[in-house]
Design a protein around this ligand. Structure first.
Ligand code: PEP
Length: 258
């Protein structure tokens, strides 16, 4: 597990920003993030803004990501967006299995795995979200919950596929609550996830896969989180909508990588 992994910080804008607001946000972030060579910054706006934001980011090293996709390349799936469409739009990443989709839209581990395989087949890098809820944490089930989610997400994948992926550990009790996991807690569970990946895909892919923490990440807690050796970056919700906060979080990842 000696691989040097480039930190990755992704901003999940969720169902926020009109087209104009998204353009303004991306324009304000673009140059400062482009200057942070040591860290990969990813913006994940709503589907309707992807094309415009691709234009805003043109020529910069900031990557574009989507917040979800369907598992089929095309067809009679009203309202859905396919991985082919996202790749065509210039997306490099796609968030899959976010807890909000699991909780509110009934996404199962099997569905997430289907989407992961479809995304990879069409050249997208999945950012797969896993994490336990408060009751599971209180019951000491964190390790078992993330193990089954990770194992299911990685089913039928090659070692190379796994090596190139991103997995975000996002305890549900920390998302949008202002109560992040402590750096030690996050680092320990992410270490467990790396061992789970090793069990599924082998030591090589486990050493290469990038593992993010997500859940109330702010400029204040980012340096300590990124100081944990197993944490390779963050998936950021609320703070990714604030220009100075997101730049500060990406800068903390950049410093941690140095
Ligand atoms: C998220 O929704 O992925 C997330 C981490 O949100 P927040 O940073 O707002 O907790």
């Amino acid at each position: 597990m000696q691989t040097k992994r480039r930190p990755i910080v992704a901003g999940n804008w969720k169902m926020n920003t009109t087209l104009g607001e998204g353009r303004d946000l991306a324009a304000a972030l673009c140059r400062p993030l482009d200057a942070l060579g040591g860290v990969e910054a990813v913006l994940c706006p709503p589907f309707i803004s992807l094309a415009a934001i691709r234009e805003t980011l043109a020529g910069a090293s900031v990557s574009l990501g989507a917040q979800n996709c369907h598992y089929e390349p095309k067809g009679a799936f009203t309202g859905e967006v396919s991985p082919v469409m996202l790749a065509d739009l210039g997306c490099r990443y796609v968030i899959l299995g976010h807890s909000e989709r699991r909780a509110h839209l009934g996404e199962t581990d099997a569905l997430v795995n289907r989407k992961v395989r479809a995304a990879l087949a069409h050249g997208l890098t999945p950012i797969v979200c896993v994490g336990e809820d408060l009751a599971q944490q209180d019951a000491g089930q964190t390790e078992g919950v993330v193990a089954s989610q990770v194992q299911a997400a990685l089913e039928h994948l090659s070692g190379d596929d796994v090596a190139g992926m991103v997995i975000a550990y996002e305890p549900l009790w920390a998302i949008g609550t202002g109560r992040p996991a402590s750096a030690e807690q996050a680092g320990a569970t992410i270490g467990v996830i790396r061992r789970i990946v090793a069990g599924v895909a082998g030591e090589g892919p486990a050493g290469a896969v990038r593992l993010q923490y997500g859940g109330s990440v702010t400029p204040d807690n980012a340096p300590e989180l990124f100081g944990q050796p197993e944490i390779d970056g963050a998936l950021v919700g609320g703070a990714s909508l604030k220009v100075t906060d997101f730049i500060a979080i990406c800068t903390a990842a950049h410093m941690g990588a140095g």
